[in-house]
Design a binder for this molecule. Structure first.
Ligand code: NAD
Ligand code: TYD
Length: 356
């Protein structure tokens, strides 16, 4: 029987995937109230949610997932029956230069949410409950030239980021095994689309090309990532939430592998046309730089279980998704300027007493 959420707590809803999820979820679920708990770190931006900020079925709370009292209060007051947990430190390069915050937010933050959710669920205030952990294919480590990650692939994370996500996934598993808590856990491949912070590859490329800045390609550029449009991810999460058996783990991916250098060339060429530059000009910005430490060589997801069990498949072709994404960034240069300058933090700090 389908699980129908009535009051959902989204953590990290001001970030890239969380904000896309909120837009899609509110449109598809008018009967459900959405509470967004976000600490508004450098990656959280309420400008991503402008069109829903006054929606009657949406509320924002500025706060930290490590704040147990705050989490308990929201769960109780809003009679939350679903936690969809996106909040995280999410950038691999930052985890290499400063791993500690990754352990605090991704491991301890998840533990806090799990523990408060367990007490809330066991109090019986809501008839049914789901704790949904949003995770990444990076917990499986790296692949060679062939093969795919399945849900049976052992976790072998290589970066501090992926290690902290794997730690969180293990805690989620433990809460299901130990307390019987109704958990769900998905592991998705690299996302792209609107509201993506321009420190990640695709929005960084677009932004640098617009400003004719160098395009840093790590190592030989032949690392492989498997790209999925963020809206396809949002629909996959909603599908799993409503239909999956508690305790399930599902991979999410679009069967869309690219060498980094091929993505770089593609984005360069698409932007030559849009910016009225001569064909090939943007490729001149490509600069090979020192490789990322411990750089995973290849990610590729086998998402057949999700298709076979629950019928989910991506709706976007990469051709359509990347073209739309580039056009979105060109049409939203003000958003890019605000997030790269940090100006939005000043604005929301005044409104919510935000930390920056
Ligand atoms: P993001 O960095 O864009 O957003 C993270 C959000 O979490 C921000 O709004 C930030 O303010 C918030 N946050 C951080 N620390 C917090 C705290 N202590 N308390 C409350 N809020 C806090 O990240 P994203 O790319 O949207 O990723 C969202 C989730 O999806 C993460 O869990 C990530 O591991 C996972 N994921 C990401 C990708 C990807 O390609 N981006 C792929 C698979 C899985
Ligand atoms: P990224 O977007 O950081 O995602 P992840 O590391 O989680 O996969 O990087 C995607 C790929 O692009 C990864 O192989 C690293 C590479 N990359 C570059 O070559 N140059 C860059 O400036 C960035 C940010 C990433």
């Amino acid at each position: 029987m389908a699980f129908i959420p009535k009051s959902i707590l989204v953590t990290g809803g001001a970030g890239f995937i969380g904000s896309n999820f909120i837009h899609s979820f509110i449109a598809n679920n008018p009967e459900c109230y959405v509470t967004n708990l976000d600490a508004l770190t450098y990656a959280g931006n309420l400008a991503n949610l402008k069109t829903v900020e006054h929606h009657p079925a949406y509320g924002f709370v500025k706060g930290d997932i490590c704040d147990a009292a705050l989490v308990a209060r929201i769960l109780h007051e809003k009679k939350i029956d679903t936690v969809v947990h996106f909040a995280a430190e999410s950038h691999v390069d930052r985890s290499i230069s400063g791993p500690e915050i990754f352990v605090r937010t991704n491991v301890l933050g998840t533990q806090t949410l799990l523990e408060e959710s367990r007490k809330h669920w066991q109090s019986g205030l809501v008839p049914d409950f789901r704790f949904f952990q949003i995770s990444t294919d990076e917990v499986y480590g790296t692949l060679g030239e062939t093969g795919y990650f399945t849900e049976q692939t052992p976790l072998a994370p290589n970066s501090p980021y992926s290690a902290s996500k794997a730690g969180a996934d293990m805690l989620v598993r433990a809460y299901h095994e130990t307390y019987g808590m109704p958990t769900l856990n998905t592991r998705c491949s690299n996302n792209y689309g609107p509201y993506h912070f321009p420190e990640k590859l695709i929005p960084l490329l677009i932004n640098n090309i617009v400003h004719s800045k160098a395009l840093p390609v790590y190592g030989d550029g032949r690392n492989v990532r498997d790209w999925l449009h963020v809206r396809d991810h949002a629909i996959a999460v909603e599908t799993v939430l409503k239909s999956a058996t508690p305790g399930s783990v599902y991979n999410i991916g679009g069967n869309n592998e690219w060498f980094n250098i091929d993505i770089v060339n593609l984005v360069c060429d698409l932007l030559d046309g849009r910016l009225g530059r001569p064909a090939g000009q943007n490729r001149g910005l490509i600069t090979f730089v020192k490789d990322r430490l411990g750089h995973d060589r290849r990610y590729a997801i086998d998402a057949s279980r999700l298709k076979d069990d629950l019928g989910w498949e991506p709706a976007y072709t990469f051709e359509k998704g990347i073209a739309e994404t580039i056009d979105w960034y060109l049409a939203n240069q003000e958003w890019v300027t605000e997030v790269t300058s940090g100006a939005y933090r000043e604005y929301y700090a005044q409104q919510y007493g935000g930390r920056s």
